[in-house]
Write a protein that binds this ligand. Structure first.
Ligand SMILES: Cc1cc2nc3c(=O)[nH]c(=O)nc-3n(C[C@H](O)[C@H](O)[C@H](O)COP(=O)(O)OP(=O)(O)OC[C@H]3O[C@@H](n4cnc5c(N)ncnc54)[C@H](O)[C@@H]3O)c2cc1C
Length: 467
């Protein structure tokens, strides 16, 4: 059976690697896992801070569909008293990933299942006959017939309104997760963005620098909505609603149908309605025309993201407390420019009254969310794939063009043999494919497609041939 290589050492790569190892096959699974110290944790679960919480309840988190041990059990062992409904620290989920991987590796070794973990970054992929050669940054190569890209989010690009001078100054922070390692003590810190990453950044900064003045700016100034402390009952008419939503022609009608449901069922918690759409979100997105997708991105995305990707109640309480104490201000405003070499001048235009003001800040952190604009990314591997025609960019810059099962489409418009992706690179096709509940389903399905269960007649054939 032809070899497989997974590129990317985050949770999606770990989920697929573990799923492949659990299936008996004669191929070798190579995992090009990057240079990060903790393989499998990726960006989300590498944080050492306990105040960075999961935004999914423990009961909804997991690495494999056929888990060796559920995250709830793991949580109960390592955090006595924790419950399936809790929002546990992301660090704990990172440890869980490592323990799950360890178990699969031990089991695979016992079964003589062949695998190989490569601690290097892939810099290029070259098609050579019916194989691919993966060039590594340490000078090595990995050869495989089938490759899965599990690259997560691409390196963030600076906003166009940030001057070169500001960018090269150490006062502009493009990677929010590097903020806490800074030695300086800012008087004011501005975060551009008000989503989940901004929330984590603000909480971390408030703990590290108790007297810092915090400001968060985004076009709508809307922080994520909050999960209820306990799960809400499912909406009893969700199946009928989902059927009606799938019959809507475009996002405007979808939103109108959701609004009508909220009006007609005022006692139903809106969050159960939004959560109940999870099984149809990818299908809804696929039914939109390119024009309708663009409409959704321009007019509804900000509201959808806040309502769908909610924050844990504990994090929301801290943010509210910071606002009540006057330590945090949130502005609905457009960032017109960031300039200077520290402190930086941040010029914003208020959404409410169009007034333009300039705020000075010792540190400005860009937390504007997931970047999947492959055509503009500074990512040698992805740029090379586009240049060589092995992959093509989604027209809305939501990752790469692919079939719903992750099979990449090349520049000739055909499925590129053996090349697949999982996770956020597939947003153009699936829209919601970036969180663990979706990723582990996708990993299991992809593992089955790459290593289909052996049919009985294959076994019989092998016996006949060997006998
Ligand atoms: C702050 C934050 C909090 C989140 N919280 C939750 C949550 O509570 N629950 C939830 O379900 N989801 C959450 N998510 C979503 C999260 O993205 C997924 O759960 C999951 O971690 C995605 O994993 P990934 O492997 O696709 O991406 P990543 O974690 O980004 O991992 C991809 C890895 O691939 C590596 N890589 C890139 N290029 C190469 C290359 N050329 N060679 C080798 N390696 C390469 C990257 O360095 C990275 O380590 C959160 C995301 C973030 C950013």
């Amino acid at each position: 059976m032809p070899d497989i290589a997974i590129i990317g050492g985050g949770a999606a790569g770990a989920a697929l690697f573990g799923a492949l190892l659990s299936r008996d096959a004669s191929d070798t699974v190579h995992w090009v896992a990057g240079n990060a110290p903790c393989t499998g944790r990726g960006v989300a679960y590498s944080t050492p801070h306990d105040h960075h919480l999961l935004n999914v309840r423990a009961g909804g988190m997991g690495l494999y569909l056929d888990a060796d041990e559920s995250f709830v059990e793991y949580g109960a062992r390592h955090r006595p008293g924790s419950k399936p409904t809790d929002f546990l620290p992301r660090r704990l989920f990172g440890e869980y990933i490592e323990s799950q991987l360890d178990q699969r590796l031990r089991d695979a070794k016992q079964r003589n299942r062949r695998f190989d973990i490569v601690t290097a970054t892939a810099s290029a992929i070259k098609a050579v006959g019916d194989r691919y050669e993966i060039a590594l940054d340490d000078g090595g190569t990995v050869t495989a017939e089938r490759i899965v890209l599990a690259l997560g989010a691409l390196p963030p690009r600076p906003l166009r309104t940030v001057s070169k001078r500001a960018l090269v100054s150490s006062a502009y922070v493009l990677d929010p997760w590097s903020l806490i390692a800074r030695p300086s003590h800012p008087r004011r810190l501005i975060v551009i963005g008000t989503g989940l990453t901004a929330v984590d950044t603000l909480i971390s900064a408030s703990i590290r620098w108790p007297d810092v003045e915090l400001v968060a700016v985004s076009r709508h100034g809307l922080p994520p909505f909050v999960h209820p402390a306990l799960p809400v009952d499912p909406f009893s008419q969700q199946a009928e609603l989902n059927a009606r939503l799938l019959a809507c022609d475009g996002p405007a009608l979808v939103l109108a149908e959701i609004r009508r449901t909220f009006r007609e069922h005022p006692h139903v918690d809106w969050r159960s309605v939004i959560d109940g759409m999870r099984p149809i979100n990818a299908r809804l997105w696929q039914l939109f025309t390119p024009r309708q997708r663009r409409q959704f991105l321009r007019h509804a995305r900000w509201l959808w993201e806040s309502a769908r990707h909610r924050v844990a109640p504990q994090s929301a309480e801290i943010i509210q407390q910071l606002r009540d104490e006057g330590r945090l201000q949130i502005h609905a405003a457009r960032v017109l420019g960031v300039d200077g070499d520290g402190p930086l001048d941040v010029t914003v235009q208020s959404r409410e009254n169009q007034l333009v003001t300039t705020l000075q800040s010792d540190i400005v952190v860009q937390a504007t969310g997931l970047d999947t604009a492959v055509a503009f990314a500074e990512h040698p591997l992805v740029s090379g794939l586009l240049r060589d025609g092995l992959a093509s960019a989604d027209p809305l810059q939501l990752g790469v063009l692919a079939e719903p099962d992750g099979h990449l489409i090349n520049t000739a418009g055909e499925m590129q043999p053996g090349l697949h992706a999982i996770g956020s690179l597939l947003r153009g096709n699936l829209w919601e494919c970036t969180a663990m509940p979706e990723i582990r389903i996708a990993a299991d399905a992809l593992a089955t497609r790459l290593n289909p269960p052996r049919a009985e007649h294959d076994d019989l054939l092998e016996l006949l041939e060997s006998g």
